[in-house]
Design a protein around this ligand. Structure first.
Ligand code: PGA
Length: 229
């Protein structure tokens, strides 16, 4: 199973360092066979010594150049970062990332051999229209994306379940993952209010290969509780 923690705009350099030290201690004390990924805010990226994979939540699809406020490949290489989240709904929504922008990022980081966790998800009004409409919406988020890319992991995150405390139901996750697996043959994570109290139900679902966790990953205790359960 894959357990990925997305810190979003939370934690500082100091608290991220402490978090990773605490995580290392927990891994040492109670080793796990699961794969752990951490996506700290960009300011907190460093050369951490840890068995967890450190990735970035975003980057600009260029080696370097005149892209004010962005970071590119050169800055990631300094810290040997080879893993990136692309397509998160918060970037699609708040940062207005269109499918064109998302796919150009995807292609750039694919060409550079990155492991990509590619996020897709539907808003509540689409979910309310039923399964067919959900699949139509999700399929459109694969436009311009090479779904056969060898270093690809998909994260299905219904937007209405992100940060709301209201996870999708087992039935919703199960049927959506089943349909997605018919389209893409890749590890498939679920994301959206995954937490210690529902993690066992979620990872027991057929077609769930792990979770992408926001809020409940911010405390190393709660995140490791999820991994260990
Ligand atoms: P959440 O966020 O766990 O806080 O719902 C998940 C995500 O956006 O990756």
């Amino acid at each position: 199973m894959i357990f990925a923690g997305n810190f979003k705009t939370n934690h500082t350099r100091v608290s991220t360092k402490r978090y990773i030290e605490d995580l290392n201690k927990k891994i040492e004390y109670a080793p796990t066979e699961h794969s752990i990924y951490i996506f700290p805010p960009l300011m907190a990226i460093d050369n951490y010594e840890t068995s967890a994979t450190i990735g970035v939540q975003n980057a600009y699809p260029a080696e370097n150049g005149a892209f004010t406020g962005e970071i590119g490949l050169e800055q990631l290489e300094e810290f040997k970062i080879k893993t990136i989240l692309i397509g998160h709904s918060e970037r699609r929504e708040h940062l207005r990332e269109s499918q064109d922008i998302v796919s150009s990022k995807f292609n750039f980081f694919k060409e550079n051999g990155f492991e990509i966790i590619y996020c897709i998800g539907e808003p509540l009004e689409i979910r309310d229209m039923g399964d067919d409409e959900v699949m139509r919406y999700l399929s459109a988020q694969f436009e311009g994306i090479d779904i056969n890319y060898e270093n690809l992991i998909i994260a299905y995150e219904p937007i209405w379940a992100i940060g709301t405390g209201r996870s999708a139901t087992v039935e919703e996750i199960s049927s959506t993952h089943k349909s997605l697996k018919e389209i893409v043959n890749k590890p498939l994570l679920y994301g959206g209010s995954a937490k210690p109290s529902n993690i066992q139900d979620i990872i027991a679902i057929d077609g769930v290969d792990g979770v992408l966790v926001g809020s409940a990953s911010l405390s190393v205790n709660s995140f490791y509780e999820m991994i260990n359960s």
